[in-house]
Design a protein around this ligand. Structure first.
Ligand code: G
Ligand code: G
Ligand code: NA
Ligand code: MN
Length: 253
């Protein structure tokens, strides 16, 4: 894993790393994709809190540079690991500022060119907040991803401005149900009802559904019965360094 950048404003030098969490096809439990998740490690070897670092980067606008680094690093590392099996994809998170920056087209294109990754293996995760302003340029950007063969999914679905009616009109291919609902599904009827209705509406709209935060066999079984497409969570693995991806591939072939 490579040291490529320094994050100013933190003590000492901070190494940026990419970790990967597997996403499995629900019935076969074969590897479907890996979600690239950023990690920040100090020279002392401590990991900083990812969520807080991403929030700070978003607030300061640095997310555009950090995000560009991330896309390039994740695609290049993935290709160099031979992680791109015939049916294996790569999920990338895009923050709202990053998705709305004019540089984003160039940053993605450059990473594709450098790495040799084909666009049709990429799944871009965006959050509902991106759609709040109903901004034409944002929609045009997501349509561009789809025209180039990439996919767009809404991350943390159910936590934000989750109106089902707007889903139909947006250039999205799928949703990821937030782990807060999955976590409570087996003991809380309301959480289960939410998961069921999200799945029913998503299916009716032709969207793929990924459940996040799957931690138990019981949750897996419920989700399979509800015909959820993809599963991700600690039941399978936390996010790990790229070197461990071939292990997931071997387990699922
Ligand atoms: O993996 P972890 O739970 O530590 O991630 C914490 C938060 O940071 C999550 O909300 C995750 O989506 C976000 N995050 C991780 N990597 C990236 C990234 O590369 N870009 C963006 N925008 N968010 C990321
Ligand atoms: O916002 P986003 O969905 O990208 O956040 C991903 C975060 O969820 C990461 O920080 C990751 O570590 C965390 N995560 C992934 N799987 C699980 C899980 O099964 N349980 C819990 N509690 N957290 C998870
Ligand atoms: Na995500
Ligand atoms: Mn999520």
């Amino acid at each position: 894993l490579r040291l490529t950048s320094l994050l100013t404003g933190t003590a000492g030098k901070t190494e940026f790393l990419v970790h990967y969490q597997p996403i499995l096809e629900a019935n076969s439990e074969k590897l479907y994709s890996c979600e690239a998740l950023m990690r920040f490690r100090t020279t002392a070897g401590d990991y900083l809190h990812t969520g807080r670092m991403i929030e700070a980067a978003e607030a300061s606008g640095m997310i555009i540079d950090v995000g560009a680094w991330m896309i390039k690093a994740a695609l290049s590392e993935y290709m160099s690991l031979g992680a791109l099996g015939p049916d294996i994809n790569l999920n990338l998170n895009l923050s709202p500022k990053q998705a709305q920056s004019t540089r984003i087209y160039r940053d993605i294109q450059k990473a594709l060119d450098i790495s040799g990754m084909p666009m049709d293996r990429l799944v871009f995760e965006v959050t509902e907040g991106l759609f709040l302003n109903n901004d034409r340029e944002t929609i045009a950007f997501l349509e561009w991803i789809q025209q180039q063969g990439g996919r767009v999914v809404i991350d943390d679905f159910g936590t934000g401005y989750s109106s089902f009616s707007y889903l139909r009109k947006l250039p999205v291919d799928g949703i990821k149900i937030d782990r807060a609902f999955i976590m409570h599904m087996d003991e809380d009827e309301d959480a289960l009802a939410v998961v069921k209705s999200i799945l029913a509406v998503a299916k009716a709209l032709g969207l793929t559904v990924t459940a996040e935060g799957v931690e138990t066999i019981e949750q897996r079984n419920i989700l399979r019965d509800l015909e959820c497409d993809y599963l991700q969570g600690f039941l399978y693995s936390k996010a790990v360094p790229g070197g461990e991806i071939p292990k997931f591939m071997a387990q699922s072939s």
